[in-house]
Write a protein that binds this ligand. Structure first.
Ligand code: C2O
Ligand code: CU
Ligand code: CU
Length: 504
């Protein structure tokens, strides 16, 4: 009798525990999904970053950027932030191919930072990576010749181990490259009128309105926010006055990927990716962007209507746990408010520009890059190690694969590459143009092809890395130097860079 009673009690206790555990499991599973679909009040006009003023000095176009602390209104009172020439984010730099530019980067913060020109083809010493420190109170003035197709590039800090925090607090901006030979006049191109930059970022707040940069539970990718800010505006709307509008989308988030589309599933034309216009416009209803990637889309609106840009749930290619890294979220991003009468704009031409294909048979080197466990090829970032030394002028194929069950992407400094194959096949249309960052679903091999033209410097490295900033900061980064034909890498001396805290 007693034994039976004891067993019964144990049975009940076990049953109860199982129920609680299962309940907790279900709760955790469901709590990982955010949806703001139809729940965002679009009450604030979208801020458009101003074009940075510039001046010509001795034949060079000169910009000034100052990193500074400030406060920004995300609708939660005054949130402490960082920005360039302002409180949050920075102005849009704009230069034309063939111009020599100078950017005077002044650091008015109380700590060291750097400013990297993401997507730009330029000398390694001007790249603004973790070796080009700008100490507090210092000014760094890199100069380079703008020489690449028209594109939407961007700039952000790259201090080793601190990039996530610096970007999250607000240090980022766009750099538009103009080039008449690789643009299409029929596309909307009036900045702030029918050509609108959208820096999309997810933010999280503490109860007092401070930015919450804590890593998300279970995800392993760093900070994932539940609030979308576009150019720093939460709940933004854009008054559209033209029949067609070009949106230059930048995923400026630390960890979150977006699958952009419209709430009514309308189609749009994808016209450009990271490094410039596509060969032909791609008619689609979704474009996925992982951190650091850009896309330019042209959307058609009808007079008087409202359309909502939304990020849809997406398959991150990392299995059912993609929901822990934001893959199951639905987030309303921006409302387009079309005016009662719209100025006409030409249809998007089918053929855009020539994108000369890099050819496999021109490649002189293949290199594997296996991404797993906050390391690349099993190695964590080492500021003094050179991982690859391509020769100036050479074409290489980089074989990149994500061997984790975690989202990673791959970004290479200095070059724009082409995706040669995805799992052995030709790339889809959205990966058919110039890219500098590409998303990597787990266990799918990508072959990237690129030419390391110009700018040999055996002693100053460029970076390649996962652009999930927490991963980058944790060591998922490596270095390459471009050497003269037949040359060898030099010695990377980071100690001396640290000693002078950036240069004047
Ligand atoms: Cu967007 Cu290494 O950078
Ligand atoms: Cu970069
Ligand atoms: Cu990663």
């Amino acid at each position: 009798m007693r034994l039976r009673r004891v067993l019964a009690v144990i049975g009940v206790v076990v049953l109860l525990l199982c129920t609680v555990c299962a309940g907790a499991g279900v709760w955790i599973w469901n709590a990982q999904v955010i949806s703001t679909a139809d729940e965002v009040d679009f009450t604030r006009p979208l801020a458009v970053p101003p074009l940075a003023p510039s001046r010509m000095e001795a034949g060079r176009r000169v910009f000034d950027l100052k990193a500074q602390a400030g406060q920004h209104d995300f609708g939660r009172g005054a949130t402490p932030t960082w920005g360039f020439n302002g409180d949050f984010l920075g102005p849009t730099l704009r230069a034309t191919r063939g111009e020599q530019v100078v950017v005077n980067v002044t650091n008015a913060l109380d700590q060291t930072t750097t400013v990297h020109w993401h997507g730009m083809h330029l000398p390694a010493a001007a790249d603004g990576g973790p070796h080009q420190l700008v100490g507090s109170g210092r000014t760094w003035s890199p100069t380079w010749l703008v020489d690449q197709p028209a594109a939407t590039l961007w700039y952000h800090p790259h201090l080793h181990g601190e990039t996530a925090g610096h970007v999250y607090r607000g240090l980022a901006g766009l750099f538009l490259v103009d080039d008449p030979a690789t643009s299409v006049d029929a596309l909307p191109h009036e900045y702030g009128v029918d050509d609108i930059p959208l820096i999309v970022q997810d933010k999280k707040f503490e109860s007092g309105g401070k930015l919450d940069d804590s890593s998300s539970f279970l995800g392993g990718v760093g900070v994932l926010g539940d609030t979308i800010a576009v150019n720093g505006t939460v709940g933004p709307y854009l008054d559209v006055t033209t029949e067609r509008v070009r949106l230059r989308l930048l995923n400026g988030s630390n960890a979150r990927s977006y699958d952009f589309g419209f709430a009514d599933d309308r189609r749009f034309a994808l016209v450009a990716t990271d490094g410039g216009l596509l060969a032909s416009a791609y008619d689609t209803d979704r474009i996925m962007l992982s951190p650091g990637e850009r896309a330019e889309i042209v959307v058609t609106v009808k007079a008087g209507e409202r359309a909502v840009l939304r990020s849809y749930p997406q398959d991150l290619g990392t299995g059912p746990f993609g929901r822990f890294t934001g893959g199951a979220d639905t987030l309303d991003v921006l409302q387009l408010r079309a005016a009662g009468t719209l100025a006409p704009r030409p249809a998007v031409p089918q053929q855009l520009v020539e994108v000369p294909r890099l050819d496999r048979k021109d490649a002189v080197q293949e290199r594997p890059f296996k991404m797993s466990g906050h390391a690349i090829n099993g190695k964590q970032m080492d500021m003094t190690r050179v991982d690859a030394a391509p020769e100036r002028g050479s074409v290489e194929i980089w074989k990149v694969v994500n061997n984790d069950g975690t989202p990673h992407n791959f970004h290479i400094h200095d070059v724009q590459f082409q995706v040669l194959t995805v799992d052995g096949d030709a790339p889809p249309p959205q990966l058919s143009g110039w890219k500098d960052t590409v998303y990597l679903p787990a266990n799918v091999p990508y072959e990237l092809i690129m030419r390391f033209s110009d700018y040999e410097d055996a002693d100053t490295p460029y970076m390649f890395h996962c652009h999930v900033l927490y991963h980058e900061d944790s060591g998922m980064m490596g270095q390459f130097v471009v050497v003269p034909p037949g040359g060898k890498p030099g010695v990377i001396d980071h100690a001396s860079h640290l000693a002078h805290g950036g240069r004047h």
